[in-house]
Ligand binder design. Structure first.
Ligand code: FE2
Ligand code: FE2
Length: 474
């Protein structure tokens, strides 16, 4: 089978022999990585997966049973009907680039590699979760997310191979060498080295960490480097399923927590084998405060450069903003001076990370309002919340200081005294892990989570989403 047959694409792979050869060389290494670091124990099973086989609305969501190593990882760029201008920054109004401008080569490569590295990292973080999936439906969702992160890696590797020559090919190899959580060759960003050992963490990851991805990809989809803009735009169509999985996954755990809290005479969901709402809050505190780091420093000359050069815009730059130069306005933020917080006006371009972080936080708060609605409907008064962005930070200007959940500055001793109340303890993690027993039978579901409102591809919840090749030894 030739590569062009095995890799669906709309980049005319067949006509670029050099690119084809480079990808042909990389493909077996990718498969080797997938078998070693992808979902453990399910590589021979038939999974009911969505595969993008073209970019049009009918073609990008094709469902069929497939063994994961046979998944057709494709390369897609959102098509353009006409030439596009650069939408912001110092080159605004000029024709978008279809080749990498020489002076931007280094910075563009860094942007692409950093994005690319997160994709295989998340597959590695999630590789054991199948073994304790709460239902066959959730098992399928996990694998859907995993194969699509694999495809996102392909999307970024295609750009590295096509536009960055030998450097790009080396970077593509390195992407398969680093390992999440490995002390010697870790993944680039810390959140992608965190353990994801239980399904509450998985749903928090897809809710909070993948959601950072959405905002980064959206900012890159505005890019003046058109192939990057088009690649990330198509990635976003798949990414929305990941975010949906996280947001509704937490909602289903919240719903079950509320039900069990009501059922138990002492209002203790744990007594009935559930995950209680305060525990869910701790996971939110941990994963939100970790994901929010991914937006980078509050005041950042890198962010200003990315914007000035037209490589990375704001969220929905073209639709939402009038002034695309961002040379004039300022952004008011809380900075530290003489040991206390005070507000300061920062030149807008230097505050671009914070502008994007605001969009992200507003989106997280929207989701929490939905979860609280679910709690309220059950008759409980408990409310979940998103902690303040300054809470539990280890990067940026709030790092090394202590803030409470509302963002008020406290002493490190005060923080330590509260740590076990605010963040998951070893005992909390052990408890949640103790609930992680596999439920792989059709139509069955673990006790600590409610079933989804609907199945996938108009199928019912009890559909056979996974056909196991043999009875599992459990
Ligand atoms: Fe992704
Ligand atoms: Fe994702």
């Amino acid at each position: 089978m030739s590569l062009t047959d095995s890799i669906p694409n709309n980049v005319d792979l067949g006509s670029d022999k050099k690119l084809l050869r480079a990808l042909e060389k990389w493909q077996p290494d990718f498969i080797k990585w997938w078998l070693e670091m992808g979902p453990e124990g399910f590589q021979q099973d038939q999974i009911y997966l969505r595969t993008a086989i073209s970019v049009d609305p009918q073609g990008w969501a094709n469902y069929e049973y497939v063994k994961m190593p046979d998944y057709r990882w494709g390369i897609f760029l959102t098509p353009r009907s006409e030439e596009r201008d650069i939408g912001f920054g110092d080159h605004q109004g000029q024709k978008a680039w279809n080749e990498v401008p020489g002076e931007l080569r280094g910075i563009l490569r860094r942007i692409i590699v950093t994005q690319a590295d997160t994709e295989p990292a998340s597959v590695e973080q999630q590789r054991l979760l199948g073994k304790c999936a709460p239902s066959m439906f959730d098992l399928r969702s996990l694998f859907q997310v995993n194969v699509e992160e694999g495809r996102h890696l392909w999307a970024m590797v295609h750009l590295l191979h096509q536009y960055f020559g030998k450097d790009g090919r080396e970077e593509a190899e390195d992407l398969l060498q680093r390992r999440s959580g490995n002390a010697d060759k870790p993944r680039i960003l810390q959140t992608f080295n965190e353990k994801t050992e239980d399904w509450l963490s998985f749903f928090c990851f897809t809710m909070f960490t993948d959601r950072d991805g959405k905002y980064q990809l959206a900012a890159l989809s505005e890019s003046g480097f058109d192939p990057l803009a088009r690649a990330t735009q198509f990635m976003l169509t798949e990414e929305s399923f990941h975010l949906f999985t996280g947001e509704t996954g937490i909602e289903r755990i919240v719903q079950r927590a509320a039900e069990l809290t009501k059922q138990d005479p002492n209002g203790d969901a744990r007594a009935l084998g559930g995950i209680d709402l305060p525990t869910i809050q701790k996971w939110i505190n941990f994963w939100f405060s970790s994901a929010v780091e991914l937006f980078g420093g509050e005041i950042s000359s890198n962010a200003a450069d990315y914007f000035a050069t037209g490589l990375k815009g704001r969220f929905r730059e073209r639709e939402k903003y009038q002034d695309h130069t961002a040379l004039e306005g300022s952004y008011t933020m809380n900075v530290l001076s003489e040991g206390r917080l005070s507000s300061k006006d920062v030149p807008l371009r230097n505050a671009m990370n914070e502008v994007l972080r605001d969009e992200y936080i507003a989106d997280c708060e929207r989701a929490v309002r939905k979860w609280n609605h679910t709690i309220k409907k059950s008759g409980l008064t408990h409310e979940l919340f998103i902690p303040n962005r300054r809470f539990n930070r280890s990067m940026g200007m709030y790092a090394g200081l202590a803030f409470d959940l509302r963002g008020e500055m406290i002493t490190k001793e005060q923080f330590e005294a509260k740590r076990d109340e605010w963040l998951p303890t070893a005992a909390d993690r052990a408890y949640v892990r103790s609930l992680m027993v596999p439920v792989h039978e059709r139509g069955k579901i673990a006790n600590w989570i409610a079933p989804p409102k609907q199945g996938v591809d108009n199928k019912p919840f009890d559909w056979e989403y996974v056909k196991f090749h043999q009875v599992e030894a459990e």
